[in-house]
Design a protein around this ligand. Structure first.
Ligand SMILES: Nc1ncnc2c1ncn2[C@@H]1O[C@H](COP(=O)(O)OP(=O)(O)O)[C@@H](O)[C@H]1O
Ligand SMILES: [Mg+2]
Length: 464
């Protein structure tokens, strides 16, 4: 399709001696120092109204079978957690958005990653629009990062940043943060939606053309403010969000969107004075070791976050309602789903919860909303109601239906393997899952691991 370009005339002033142009008339030319040499000229400006393309590539129609595969080796970032979240390392030429509340540790994480990636063969340019070079250096010293080849730039004008990219040809560019960068020919202050979107589009164009990997850092307010990086989610290849749990000790990095790897993948980090430390086995974080029996109302459920199985402890407290309306207070679980479980326990298992206050909490501050958590939550509530403790070495996995039946869940083998690794001795799972019998027989401590299959919640509640 032919694109019509609009043109417009503009008045400029040109020096008759050296050709210096200015938007205003000048008495003396700043270039050749001559006086009275400026004359008015009309200049025709073609307004670029052509639709801008985000990527450079386009191809003819080809059957899928004929397309040759390019195998691009992924770069490892030096942090195994970060690599796993990215889907097995960094995909060259991708655009990665790292969002999170201010102060959560975005700059820290990316500085650590940049420093570990930077080398002669892989130049990394870290552009900070928020901090001076001395401040970045101060952080790097605190984190013990001494990489000589990491290139730093403190700049907010996108043109200058792109100029630096052209000059130094980095393989990886870090932009900290997108809210501080601006394009001079656009109206709107830095951080406005138009600026953010345009600047990112520019970077995407650059990244896809030159095989440059770009990390874009962006602040999101607690409410996930729209004017922030959320407007970019569809442009970039990967969106990672940095979150913190309620106790604010650990940082959870979550892949929200990923063109080159699984989503919902999480990595858990701890913020220390020497930077973010990986927590390779987060299940241990969410579980408490009990001497003997756990108190009543405590059960362990086998959850999965992304591809990572997590054993999580859920606690319930059930007490008689003092006033007419029973209270239901939940944190870390899905509120409506838990109400449904209360109704199922009442109707199908004969637990009279209608006159009881029910409190449910997931320890460690994690959020578990998948249906596979149902059985664990139901067990915790039943145990609290009956004041009968649940065996602390048992994991409960299963979705509960409205009829009180147990439904199969995905990734059961992964969940059971994790339970085994952590030394659990028994798992109660839905019967329908029995067709798959490829689960472990012995746990991490060499003791037998018993997988018990049940078909209803009532049956499961007999297995405390
Ligand atoms: N000297 C220090 N010791 C320990 N932690 C620190 C220190 N200085 C900063 N931090 C931690 O680093 C965090 C700031 O990280 P930063 O990467 O700047 O966040 P962001 O870039 O997401 O705004 C602070 O919230 C604090 O937890
Ligand atoms: Mg920062």
């Amino acid at each position: 399709m032919a694109v019509k370009l609009k043109s417009k005339t503009k008045t400029v002033y040109k020096c008759g001696q050296c050709g210096h142009t200015s938007l205003r008339w000048l008495g003396q030319c700043p270039d050749c120092q001559q006086w009275n040499t400026f004359a008015e000229e009309k200049e025709t400006v073609v307004q670029d109204k052509a639709p801008r393309r985000l990527t450079e590539f386009s191809s003819g129609v080809t059957p899928l079978s004929r397309v040759s595969e390019e195998s691009v080796p992924r770069l490892t970032t030096g942090s195994s957690e970060f690599d796993r979240i990215l889907g097995g390392g960094l995909w060259p030429g991708s655009l990665i958005l790292l969002g999170g509340a201010p102060g959560i540790g975005k700059s820290t994480l990316i500085l650590q990653v940049s420093s570990s990636l930077a080398s002669e063969a892989t130049p990394v340019l870290y552009v900070s629009g928020e901090e001076s070079l001395a401040q970045v250096k101060g952080r790097a010293s605190r984190l013990g990062l001494k990489n000589e080849s990491l290139l730093l730039l403190s700049e907010t004008n996108l043109e200058n940043i792109l100029e630096a990219v052209r000059k130094y040809q980095p393989k990886i560019l870090v932009l900290d943060s997108i809210q501080t960068v601006y394009k001079a020919d656009l109206t709107g202050s830095p951080g406005s939606v138009a600026q953010i979107r345009e600047c990112t589009a520019e970077l995407l164009h650059l990244a896809k053309g030159a095989g440059l990997t770009v990390f874009i850092l962006g602040h999101v307010t607690k409410e996930g403010d729209l004017a922030g990086p959320r407007v970019l989610e569809h442009i970039v290849d990967t969106v990672l969000y940095f979150e913190t749990e309620r106790q604010q000790i650990h940082r959870i990095l979550r892949a929200f969107k990923n063109r080159f790897g699984p989503t919902n993948e999480i990595g858990v980090f701890e913020m220390t004075s020497v930077g973010l430390k990986e927590i390779p086995n987060p299940s241990e974080l969410f579980l408490r070791q009990y001497e003997g029996a756990a108190p009543s109302g405590t059960a362990v459920l086998g959850a999965v976050e992304g591809t990572r199985p997590l054993m999580v402890e859920v606690q319930a407290l059930v007490s008689r309602t003092a006033f007419g309306m029973p209270r239901r207070q939940m944190s870390g679980v899905d509120y409506n789903r838990t109400l449904l479980l209360i109704a199922v326990l009442d109707k199908r298992c004969g637990l009279h919860l209608e006159s009881q206050d029910v409190y449910v909490n997931v320890t460690g501050g994690l959020e578990v909303t998948e249906p596979a958590a149902d059985l664990g939550i139901a067990c915790a509530m039943a145990s609290a109601y009956r004041e009968k403790p649940v065996d602390s070495k048992t994991v409960w996995i299963g979705e509960v239906g409205l009829g009180g039946e147990l439904r199969p869940v995905g990734q059961l083998a992964d969940r059971l393997n994790e339970a085994c690794k952590l030394g659990f001795r028994r798992a109660v799972v839905p019967k329908q899952a029995a067709a798959n019998s490829a689960w472990p027989r012995k746990n991490g401590s060499g003791q037998p691991f018993d997988v018990q299959m049940v078909s209803t919640v009532s049956e499961a509640l007999e297995r405390f």
